[in-house]
Design a protein around this ligand. Structure first.
Ligand SMILES: Cc1cc2nc3c(=O)[nH]c(=O)nc-3n(C[C@H](O)[C@H](O)[C@H](O)COP(=O)(O)OP(=O)(O)OC[C@H]3O[C@@H](n4cnc5c(N)ncnc54)[C@H](O)[C@@H]3O)c2cc1C
Length: 519
């Protein structure tokens, strides 16, 4: 049996972040990955034609920018291990069917000028919204990279001041209700509703209202980070750091179970029966639906609650295309942003598309978003070429009972046809080759993405903060099983490139009574 201090199950960026902090603190770390490649949702691969590097899942590194991991470069991922970002401005832009565009810039006044093209009153309202978002940002950011405070105590604290009550009111409102309170113009409302929809929720869902403030606050303060060389450069930097401190990261090793002895995690066993001892602790990317079968001896009530966690009805389908030439938008060359949303002319149409998903159907109007990051980082393709990463929302289970393996190609063609209404060169003659991932493919690439939910489980309030994924599992630990720690998008603060493994490492270090290199 091989022996290490810490065994990490899964090489997603969160497991790697946790492993890297512990390796830097002097622990012998081993990371085991089921796939033949590393990174889980943070990976860059040649999915189409040799020389074209595609971010298979996450492409926009937003929330990790405020994490001290990068903000203070605590592990020297930037200074020593080659991680480099550019921050294109505007980070995000909507393109409407009628050819009008609306961008969010990092500079508030530039965004106001954009919104004033549609409504001067809404430009003024945006100024108020962005001011509020900036005021709340430090408080929000302070909760993202540490273990969550208890829900009850947090709400009780908010209830003690006018400002706290206003924050709590917004938290409980739907995005739609918030947008109607601030804005009058249909397209302005839709632009912000689509941004909130990136969290896999309809704007009409209650308790989603804060999302717009968090997004605007982050856009102004940090923008969207685009890693030079691809999203997987973050994974590469973390692996280089772990190895530099004597750790190992191994591919093609599928962990079947966490081994326990006397209520304490002691290692793992693989599907091939190989055992790896963990002297100090096991860190696992274990989805709550799998916890009961991967770890013996957990209280059945805890397992039941974990299995009852809900995934979003809004699953994702993606197209990765190798293009002969950079995208040409019909409305003109001003369309240049990290995230570009293709939108109808009427907001109601967007809301109805989310309703279609709620009932398990395909959206009448595709909710296509895209990124063509070779606009900002041509190193990812041969000279003069480009990539495109487009996504749309679909149900995980098709209402017609057909499998996604059988139908994804047809759906991808439907998406491309829809996109050709906005873009001149996405036809068969313009695309060298494309790769499509259905929600089922996503689940195959990482067990985090159950049901095609790219956030692991839905981001509803009852599955957020210290109740994510459940109240018992909300502190990255498993009651009754000592020295087992959890990482994943289904844990606080949720899906996305947050570098949340830092909080898990902090918790583990407190239990081991060791110091981490944190500032
Ligand atoms: C299509 C798509 C687009 C996205 N776009 C963005 C974006 O632009 N910006 C953003 O912030 N977020 C985005 N996300 C979300 C983001 O990718 C994830 O939230 C994030 O990658 C989760 O990281 P993680 O380390 O927690 O888990 P994962 O990345 O899921 O990693 C878990 C790893 O553990 C491995 N594993 C699990 N179980 C075992 C086992 N038993 N044995 C061995 N290995 C195991 C898996 O194979 C996987 O490699 C996107 C996700 C998807 C699917």
């Amino acid at each position: 049996m091989s022996s290490h201090d810490i065994v990490v199950v899964g090489s997603g960026h969160n497991g790697l972040v946790a492993g890297a902090y512990l390796a830097a603190a002097g622990r012998r770390v081993l990371v085991l990955e089921r796939n033949g490649w590393f990174g889980g949702g943070v990976v860059t691969r040649e999915l189409t034609v040799p020389g074209f590097r595609h971010d298979q899942h996450a492409m926009a590194h937003i929330f990790i920018q405020a994490n001290p991991l990068l903000a203070a470069d605590e592990l020297k991922l930037k200074a020593k291990y080659g991680l480099r970002y550019v921050f294109p401005d505007p980070p995000m832009m909507s393109v409407f069917e009628d050819g009008t565009t609306l961008a969010i810039y990092r500079d508030r006044e530039r965004t106001c000028a954009e919104i004033a093209k549609f409504s001067r009153k809404d430009a003024e309202a945006y100024r108020r919204l962005a001011t509020q978002a900036a005021a709340w940002l430090p408080m929000v950011a302070a909760t993202l990279y540490t273990a969550p405070a208890p829900q009850g105590a947090s709400f009780a604290m908010l209830d003690q001041s006018r400002e706290g009550q206003e924050f709590w009111r917004i938290v409980q409102m739907s995005t739609h209700d918030v947008l109607c309170e601030y804005f009058e113009h249909d397209q302005v409302r839709m632009h912000f509703a689509r941004i909130a929809g990136e969290n896999l929720v309809s704007p009409d869902e209650k308790a989603t209202g804060l999302g717009v403030f968090v997004f605007v606050g982050f856009m102004e303060a940090y923008g969207i980070g685009v890693p030079i060389g691809g999203s997987g450069r973050l994974t590469d930097a973390l692996i280089a750091c772990i190895k530099d401190f004597g750790g190992e990261v191994l591919a093609n090793i599928d962990v079947a179970r966490v081994l326990t002895k006397n209520g304490r995690a002691t290692g793992v066993v693989t599907t091939k029966g190989e055992e790896y001892e963990a002297r100090d602790a096991v860190i696992g990317a274990i989805h709550p639906h799998h916890l009961g079968r991967m770890v013996e001896g957990i209280d059945p009530e805890i397992v039941r609650a974990a299995e009852a966690t809900q995934v979003s009805p809004v699953a994702c389908i993606t197209i990765h295309a190798a293009l002969k030439a950079p995208l040409r938008f019909k409305t003109g060359p001003q369309v240049r942003a990290v995230m570009i949303e293709l939108l109808p002319n009427r907001y109601e149409q967007l809301r109805r598309s989310f309703d279609d998903l709620r009932y398990g159907g395909l959206s009448q109007y595709p909710l296509v978003g895209l990124g063509s990051l070779t606009m900002f980082d041509p190193s990812r393709v041969p000279e003069g070429r480009a990539t495109m990463h487009a996504w749309d929302y679909v149900p995980y289970k098709r209402a017609d009972g057909r499998s996604w393996d059988e139908t994804k190609r047809d759906y991808a063609e439907h998406m491309l046809k829809h996109m050709s209404g906005f873009i001149e060169n996405v036809g068969p003659d313009d695309i060298l080759k494309y790769h499509c991932d259905s929600p089922v493919d996503m689940e195959r690439t990482s067990s985090s993405f159950q049901g095609g939910d790219l956030h692991g489980i839905a981001t509803s309030t009852y599955q957020s903060g210290s109740h994510r994924p459940t109240p018992e599992l909300g502190q990255f630990t498993v009651p009754g099983i000592e020295r087992l720690y959890l990482v994943g998008p289904f844990q606080h603060p949720g899906g996305g490139v947050f570098g949340a493994g830092r909080a898990t490492a902090v918790k583990l270090a407190e239990d081991l009574k060791i110091n981490l290199p944190i500032k």
